[in-house]
Design a protein around this ligand. Sequence first.
Ligand SMILES: *Cc1c(COP(=O)(O)O)cnc(C)c1O
Length: 413
Amino acid sequence: MIAPYFYRDNELSVEEVTLADIAEKEDTPCYVYSSAAILSQYRAYDQAFGTAPHQVCFAVKANSNLSILRMLAKAGAGFDIVSGGELFRVLRAGGDPAKVVFSGVGKSREEVEYAITNGIHSFNCESEAELALINSIASRHSVFASVALRVNPNVDAKTHPYISTGLHDHKFGINIDVVKEVYDRAAALQHLRLTGVSCHIGSQLLDTNPLFEALDGVLTLVEKLRAAGHPITELDMGGGLGVAYSDQQTTPSVQTYIKLICEKTANLGLKLMVEPGRSIAAAAGVLVSRVMYRKTTANKEFVIVDAAMNDLIRPSLYQAHHEILPLRQRSLGTITADVVGPVCESGDYFARDRQMANVFPGDYVALMTAGAYGFVQASNYNSRPRACEVLVEGKQWRVIRQRETLEDLVQGE
Ligand SMILES: *Cc1c(COP(=O)(O)O)cnc(C)c1O
């Protein structure tokens, strides 16, 4: 079983709620998140730093629902954003702009201006052209913008190619071998405070060795920059820790990872930042769906469910594995089947040749570990209204995003 979900009297449950109750009341497909699970992961990060000066910035792109951002903001979280839209969400949710870092290779003039006028903590900057833009906008507003250059350490994160970012072939960051010269030149830009170094080598890392390899490179750089007179006071190690999508995967411990960063940076007087997304939200969420049909062809068994790639694209996009569990456990044996959605694409599948519980039309299933990069990547493809989202808190649960209506589909056309 994948925590925090468990069977109680054969009913798949989270906290003190039975998922079938939610499915019956709110219909399917429906995302469900556990508030306790999200908060405990956030706190695991926050507390592992101990007394070291730090800020944990939740990566908003993993799950940007306002209620979840609000809950994390109240717990003290900062936020890592990659667009003006994400900043808008953070501000709406009551997040503190002074705890926001802005990442991404292609920030627009409007986005930089929006971030500067709202007083965000800093920019993770990825090119010299962007430095010049941030400087000119900061100058126009008579403020100083804090900047960390995002370093590309040329480390192979050994994860899926689409979520690997730390090699010189990737579009991300500035090559670690030339970045000192960029700091030197940028010192002439009078409205920037170049006080940070940042790094993010990829996502779903199940092995922390690449992260420490990157950290070692970055720490050598910090020394070199300080020796050259650059007042580096902050180090941002990005996100990337993986989660277990199946029982076979083992994941790095948040505590061990953060404690090692603290040890390796002790005595440097750096404020430490991290930007976890997946490792805070993924395991906390599931996508609940209903079995619509069973269909048998010459050599395949299909389970057709009412959720589809427009609701959860990870299997189609990254060949990702999600466990599929029945909401009610019954003794009906197992089947080997493809689990597919109604969208008109052969790539619309959740599992192929999966051995799973024998399920029938009307039964509910949960696609596990869907709390990160799930709803945020949902679309209206095939004119399917997006699913609702529900947040569980102890015995209570509430809808935190309504299911879209047919009218919502044509809004603005
Ligand atoms: C996506 C991203 C993150 C979050 O990554 P996770 O793997 O979800 O922890 C953090 N920082 C940056 C710059 C990112 O692009």
